[in-house]
Design a protein around this ligand. Structure first.
Ligand code: F6R
Length: 269
Protein backbone atom coordinates (compact mmCIF):
# COMPACT_ATOMS: atom_id res chain seq x y z
CA UNK A 1 0.00 0.00 0.00
CA UNK A 2 1.28 3.50 -0.82
CA UNK A 3 0.62 5.86 2.09
CA UNK A 4 0.79 9.64 1.87
CA UNK A 5 0.55 11.52 5.15
CA UNK A 6 -0.48 15.15 4.61
CA UNK A 7 -0.48 18.05 7.06
CA UNK A 8 -4.24 18.60 7.08
CA UNK A 9 -7.55 17.94 5.35
CA UNK A 10 -6.92 20.53 2.61
CA UNK A 11 -3.55 19.02 1.66
CA UNK A 12 -5.01 15.53 1.78
CA UNK A 13 -7.81 16.59 -0.58
CA UNK A 14 -5.39 18.32 -2.98
CA UNK A 15 -3.12 15.28 -3.19
CA UNK A 16 -6.11 13.00 -3.81
CA UNK A 17 -7.37 15.31 -6.58
CA UNK A 18 -3.92 15.30 -8.23
CA UNK A 19 -3.97 11.49 -8.27
CA UNK A 20 -7.49 11.35 -9.76
CA UNK A 21 -6.68 14.02 -12.38
CA UNK A 22 -3.45 12.28 -13.39
CA UNK A 23 -5.26 8.98 -13.97
CA UNK A 24 -8.04 10.79 -15.86
CA UNK A 25 -5.53 12.40 -18.19
CA UNK A 26 -3.73 9.10 -18.75
CA UNK A 27 -6.98 7.42 -19.82
CA UNK A 28 -8.61 10.28 -21.73
CA UNK A 29 -10.77 8.07 -23.94
CA UNK A 30 -12.13 5.72 -21.32
CA UNK A 31 -11.96 6.38 -17.59
CA UNK A 32 -14.27 4.74 -15.07
CA UNK A 33 -14.25 6.50 -11.72
CA UNK A 34 -15.72 4.92 -8.60
CA UNK A 35 -17.07 7.45 -6.11
CA UNK A 36 -17.93 7.62 -2.41
CA UNK A 37 -20.14 9.93 -0.38
CA UNK A 38 -19.78 11.05 3.26
CA UNK A 39 -17.78 13.91 4.77
CA UNK A 40 -14.33 12.65 3.79
CA UNK A 41 -14.33 13.15 -0.02
CA UNK A 42 -16.03 16.57 -0.05
CA UNK A 43 -12.64 18.36 -0.19
CA UNK A 44 -11.54 16.12 -3.07
CA UNK A 45 -14.71 16.97 -5.01
CA UNK A 46 -14.20 20.70 -4.34
CA UNK A 47 -10.65 20.51 -5.67
CA UNK A 48 -11.73 18.55 -8.78
CA UNK A 49 -14.43 21.18 -9.41
CA UNK A 50 -11.77 23.90 -9.13
CA UNK A 51 -9.52 22.02 -11.57
CA UNK A 52 -12.45 21.76 -14.00
CA UNK A 53 -13.34 25.46 -13.71
CA UNK A 54 -9.83 26.92 -13.67
CA UNK A 55 -7.72 24.37 -15.52
CA UNK A 56 -10.25 22.80 -17.90
CA UNK A 57 -10.15 19.30 -16.38
CA UNK A 58 -12.56 17.50 -18.70
CA UNK A 59 -15.19 15.11 -17.34
CA UNK A 60 -17.19 14.78 -20.57
CA UNK A 61 -16.09 11.20 -21.20
CA UNK A 62 -15.73 10.08 -17.58
CA UNK A 63 -18.04 7.27 -16.46
CA UNK A 64 -18.86 7.07 -12.75
CA UNK A 65 -20.15 4.38 -10.41
CA UNK A 66 -21.04 5.19 -6.82
CA UNK A 67 -20.33 2.70 -4.07
CA UNK A 68 -23.69 2.74 -2.36
CA UNK A 69 -27.13 4.18 -1.74
CA UNK A 70 -29.64 3.96 1.10
CA UNK A 71 -32.66 1.76 0.53
CA UNK A 72 -35.97 3.58 0.57
CA UNK A 73 -34.75 7.13 -0.16
CA UNK A 74 -35.78 8.68 -3.47
CA UNK A 75 -33.09 10.48 -5.52
CA UNK A 76 -34.52 13.89 -4.55
CA UNK A 77 -34.39 13.15 -0.80
CA UNK A 78 -31.81 15.52 0.68
CA UNK A 79 -30.01 12.69 2.47
CA UNK A 80 -29.92 10.32 -0.49
CA UNK A 81 -26.53 9.72 -2.03
CA UNK A 82 -27.98 10.76 -5.41
CA UNK A 83 -28.75 14.19 -3.99
CA UNK A 84 -25.36 14.38 -2.26
CA UNK A 85 -23.46 13.58 -5.47
CA UNK A 86 -25.31 16.15 -7.60
CA UNK A 87 -25.02 18.87 -4.95
CA UNK A 88 -21.37 18.28 -4.11
CA UNK A 89 -19.96 17.27 -7.46
CA UNK A 90 -21.94 16.46 -10.60
CA UNK A 91 -23.81 19.72 -11.06
CA UNK A 92 -20.52 21.66 -11.02
CA UNK A 93 -18.65 19.69 -13.72
CA UNK A 94 -19.22 18.82 -17.39
CA UNK A 95 -20.13 15.19 -16.84
CA UNK A 96 -22.62 13.58 -19.22
CA UNK A 97 -25.59 12.50 -17.06
CA UNK A 98 -25.92 9.23 -18.95
CA UNK A 99 -22.45 8.29 -17.66
CA UNK A 100 -23.49 8.58 -14.00
CA UNK A 101 -24.38 5.38 -12.14
CA UNK A 102 -25.66 5.29 -8.55
CA UNK A 103 -27.52 2.30 -7.09
CA UNK A 104 -31.28 2.81 -7.02
CA UNK A 105 -32.46 2.42 -3.44
CA UNK A 106 -36.07 2.52 -4.67
CA UNK A 107 -35.70 -0.36 -7.16
CA UNK A 108 -38.68 -2.73 -7.00
CA UNK A 109 -36.50 -5.81 -7.19
CA UNK A 110 -33.40 -4.88 -5.22
CA UNK A 111 -31.56 -8.18 -5.83
CA UNK A 112 -32.08 -7.96 -9.59
CA UNK A 113 -30.92 -4.32 -9.49
CA UNK A 114 -27.73 -5.32 -7.63
CA UNK A 115 -26.96 -7.94 -10.29
CA UNK A 116 -27.62 -5.38 -13.03
CA UNK A 117 -25.28 -2.88 -11.31
CA UNK A 118 -22.46 -5.45 -11.33
CA UNK A 119 -23.14 -6.12 -15.01
CA UNK A 120 -23.01 -2.41 -15.86
CA UNK A 121 -19.59 -2.13 -14.18
CA UNK A 122 -18.33 -5.16 -16.13
CA UNK A 123 -19.84 -3.85 -19.41
CA UNK A 124 -17.80 -0.68 -18.88
CA UNK A 125 -14.62 -2.76 -18.51
CA UNK A 126 -14.40 -2.32 -14.72
CA UNK A 127 -13.48 0.56 -12.45
CA UNK A 128 -10.15 2.30 -13.09
CA UNK A 129 -9.95 4.20 -9.82
CA UNK A 130 -12.22 3.75 -6.80
CA UNK A 131 -12.43 6.52 -4.18
CA UNK A 132 -13.04 5.14 -0.66
CA UNK A 133 -13.59 6.43 2.84
CA UNK A 134 -13.53 4.30 5.98
CA UNK A 135 -16.30 3.98 8.55
CA UNK A 136 -15.79 4.10 12.33
CA UNK A 137 -16.23 0.30 12.38
CA UNK A 138 -13.69 -0.22 9.60
CA UNK A 139 -16.18 -0.61 6.75
CA UNK A 140 -15.53 0.38 3.15
CA UNK A 141 -18.67 1.21 1.20
CA UNK A 142 -21.29 -0.38 3.50
CA UNK A 143 -19.43 -3.65 4.00
CA UNK A 144 -19.98 -3.86 7.72
CA UNK A 145 -17.90 -6.10 10.04
CA UNK A 146 -18.48 -9.74 9.21
CA UNK A 147 -19.07 -9.09 5.49
CA UNK A 148 -17.62 -11.66 3.15
CA UNK A 149 -14.33 -10.52 1.71
CA UNK A 150 -15.46 -11.72 -1.71
CA UNK A 151 -18.95 -10.16 -1.56
CA UNK A 152 -20.58 -8.49 -4.57
CA UNK A 153 -23.14 -5.67 -4.85
CA UNK A 154 -26.07 -6.48 -2.55
CA UNK A 155 -28.36 -5.17 0.17
CA UNK A 156 -26.73 -4.87 3.61
CA UNK A 157 -28.28 -4.22 7.00
CA UNK A 158 -26.39 -1.32 8.61
CA UNK A 159 -24.86 -1.76 12.05
CA UNK A 160 -26.08 0.32 14.97
CA UNK A 161 -22.74 2.20 14.93
CA UNK A 162 -23.17 3.16 11.27
CA UNK A 163 -26.77 4.23 11.89
CA UNK A 164 -25.54 6.38 14.81
CA UNK A 165 -22.58 7.79 12.81
CA UNK A 166 -24.93 8.76 9.98
CA UNK A 167 -27.64 10.17 12.23
CA UNK A 168 -25.75 13.50 12.20
CA UNK A 169 -27.27 14.12 8.76
CA UNK A 170 -30.88 13.39 9.82
CA UNK A 171 -33.27 15.17 12.19
CA UNK A 172 -33.80 12.05 14.29
CA UNK A 173 -32.06 8.68 14.48
CA UNK A 174 -35.37 6.96 13.55
CA UNK A 175 -35.17 8.59 10.12
CA UNK A 176 -31.78 7.01 9.29
CA UNK A 177 -32.30 4.16 6.80
CA UNK A 178 -31.39 0.76 8.18
CA UNK A 179 -30.48 -0.87 4.84
CA UNK A 180 -28.31 0.11 1.92
CA UNK A 181 -27.29 -1.22 -1.46
CA UNK A 182 -23.52 -1.49 -1.52
CA UNK A 183 -20.79 -2.70 -3.81
CA UNK A 184 -19.14 -5.74 -2.24
CA UNK A 185 -15.54 -6.13 -1.14
CA UNK A 186 -15.02 -8.41 -4.15
CA UNK A 187 -16.38 -5.66 -6.44
CA UNK A 188 -14.11 -3.02 -4.92
CA UNK A 189 -11.06 -5.29 -5.07
CA UNK A 190 -11.42 -5.49 -8.86
CA UNK A 191 -10.85 -1.73 -9.25
CA UNK A 192 -7.43 -1.11 -10.79
CA UNK A 193 -6.58 1.52 -8.19
CA UNK A 194 -8.19 2.02 -4.77
CA UNK A 195 -7.77 5.52 -3.38
CA UNK A 196 -8.53 5.51 0.35
CA UNK A 197 -8.97 8.88 2.10
CA UNK A 198 -8.95 9.18 5.88
CA UNK A 199 -8.92 12.26 8.08
CA UNK A 200 -9.36 13.21 11.71
CA UNK A 201 -8.29 11.70 15.02
CA UNK A 202 -11.54 9.72 15.38
CA UNK A 203 -10.38 7.48 12.52
CA UNK A 204 -6.77 7.00 13.74
CA UNK A 205 -7.34 3.71 15.52
CA UNK A 206 -9.45 2.07 12.85
CA UNK A 207 -7.09 3.24 10.09
CA UNK A 208 -4.10 1.70 11.90
CA UNK A 209 -6.05 -1.56 12.22
CA UNK A 210 -6.94 -1.49 8.51
CA UNK A 211 -3.35 -0.92 7.38
CA UNK A 212 -1.20 -2.66 9.98
CA UNK A 213 -3.56 -5.06 11.72
CA UNK A 214 -4.47 -8.58 10.66
CA UNK A 215 -6.65 -9.02 7.61
CA UNK A 216 -10.07 -9.73 8.99
CA UNK A 217 -13.77 -9.46 8.24
CA UNK A 218 -13.95 -7.47 11.51
CA UNK A 219 -12.36 -4.52 9.66
CA UNK A 220 -13.35 -4.99 6.04
CA UNK A 221 -10.98 -2.19 4.92
CA UNK A 222 -8.08 -4.48 5.94
CA UNK A 223 -8.71 -6.42 2.72
CA UNK A 224 -7.09 -3.49 0.90
CA UNK A 225 -3.74 -4.81 2.19
CA UNK A 226 -4.04 -7.50 -0.49
CA UNK A 227 -5.00 -5.13 -3.33
CA UNK A 228 -2.27 -4.69 -5.97
CA UNK A 229 -2.52 -0.88 -5.90
CA UNK A 230 -4.11 0.86 -2.95
CA UNK A 231 -3.08 4.46 -2.34
CA UNK A 232 -4.03 5.85 1.08
CA UNK A 233 -3.97 9.63 1.42
CA UNK A 234 -4.53 10.69 5.01
CA UNK A 235 -3.98 13.63 7.33
CA UNK A 236 -1.61 13.69 10.31
CA UNK A 237 -4.43 13.13 12.79
CA UNK A 238 -5.62 9.97 11.08
CA UNK A 239 -2.03 8.71 10.81
CA UNK A 240 -1.29 9.23 14.52
CA UNK A 241 -1.60 5.56 15.52
CA UNK A 242 0.41 3.99 12.71
CA UNK A 243 3.41 1.98 13.94
CA UNK A 244 5.38 2.59 10.74
CA UNK A 245 4.44 6.25 10.27
CA UNK A 246 8.06 7.42 9.95
CA UNK A 247 8.81 4.73 7.41
CA UNK A 248 5.85 5.76 5.20
CA UNK A 249 7.10 9.35 5.26
CA UNK A 250 10.60 8.15 4.39
CA UNK A 251 9.23 6.14 1.44
CA UNK A 252 7.36 9.21 0.13
CA UNK A 253 10.52 11.31 0.36
CA UNK A 254 12.66 8.67 -1.36
CA UNK A 255 10.10 8.19 -4.15
CA UNK A 256 10.08 11.98 -4.69
CA UNK A 257 13.89 12.07 -4.93
CA UNK A 258 13.89 9.19 -7.38
CA UNK A 259 11.27 10.89 -9.58
CA UNK A 260 13.31 14.12 -9.56
CA UNK A 261 16.47 12.24 -10.55
CA UNK A 262 14.69 10.44 -13.41
CA UNK A 263 13.22 13.76 -14.64
CA UNK A 264 16.62 15.49 -14.54
CA UNK A 265 18.25 12.60 -16.37
CA UNK A 266 15.49 12.82 -19.00
CA UNK A 267 16.10 16.57 -19.48
CA UNK A 268 19.88 16.23 -19.73
CA UNK A 269 19.66 13.23 -22.06
C1 F6R B 1 -19.97 6.30 1.51
C2 F6R B 1 -19.29 5.11 1.99
C3 F6R B 1 -18.87 4.94 3.40
C4 F6R B 1 -18.09 6.15 3.93
C5 F6R B 1 -17.68 5.93 5.39
C6 F6R B 1 -17.00 7.15 5.98
O1 F6R B 1 -20.27 6.19 0.13
O2 F6R B 1 -19.08 4.23 1.21
O3 F6R B 1 -18.10 3.79 3.54
O4 F6R B 1 -16.95 6.34 3.14
O5 F6R B 1 -18.80 5.62 6.16
O6 F6R B 1 -17.91 8.20 6.04
P1 F6R B 1 -17.42 9.68 6.42
O7 F6R B 1 -16.55 10.13 5.29
O8 F6R B 1 -18.69 10.49 6.49
O9 F6R B 1 -16.70 9.57 7.70
Amino acid sequence: MEIYIKKNYEEMSRKAAEIVAEEMRKRKNHFVLGLATGSTPIGLYKELIRMHQEEGLDFSRVITFNLDEYCGLSPDHEQSYHYFMFENFFKHINIDKKNIHIPDGMARDLDAHCREYEKMIADNRGIDLQVLGIGGDGHIAFNEPGSSLSSRTRVKTLTQQTVEDNSRFFKTIEEVPKYAITMGIGTIMEAKICLLLVNGDKKAEVFAKAVEGPMTTEVTASMLQTHPRTIAVVDEEAAAKLKRKDYYKHVEKMAGLLKKRVNEKGKNG
